[in-house]
Write a new protein. Structure first.
Length: 114
């Protein structure tokens, strides 16, 4: 079974940056590199939101709310997926989760506040 561990969250001021990481285990890198990967988030009292996706070939897609500010990337050899978040806004405050093959990690908290 695939296990996912997110890291990199924290408290940041508006306009700041964070880089989230997600490490996958229980899966070979050769299979991992074929998979679509995603970052989702859930803010308090709100539904989960799909933030960004990246296909096995490297094509990316973003929610309108983060386009131009967030960048998803992957390192297949390390079985890692990243989310570079720039120009953060208070409305980006949420728990961020990576997902692979329907599996979710435990999430990492991102808080944007002055």
């Amino acid at each position: 079974q695939v296990q996912l561990v997110e890291s990199g969250g924290g408290l940041v001021q508006p306009g700041g940056s964070l880089r989230l990481s997600c490490a996958a285990s229980g899966i070979t890198s050769s299979f991992y590199e074929t998979l679509g990967l995603a970052w989702n988030r859930q803010a308090p009292g709100k539904q989960r939101e799909l933030v960004a996706t990246i296909t096995g070939s490297g094509s990316t897609n973003y929610a309108d709310s983060v386009k131009g500010r967030f960048t998803i990337s992957r390192d297949n050899a390390k079985r890692m997926v990243y989310l570079q978040m720039n120009s953060l806004k208070p409305e980006d405050t949420a728990v961020y989760y990576c997902t692979v093959l329907g599996n979710w990690g435990q999430g990492t908290q991102v808080t944007v506040s002055s």
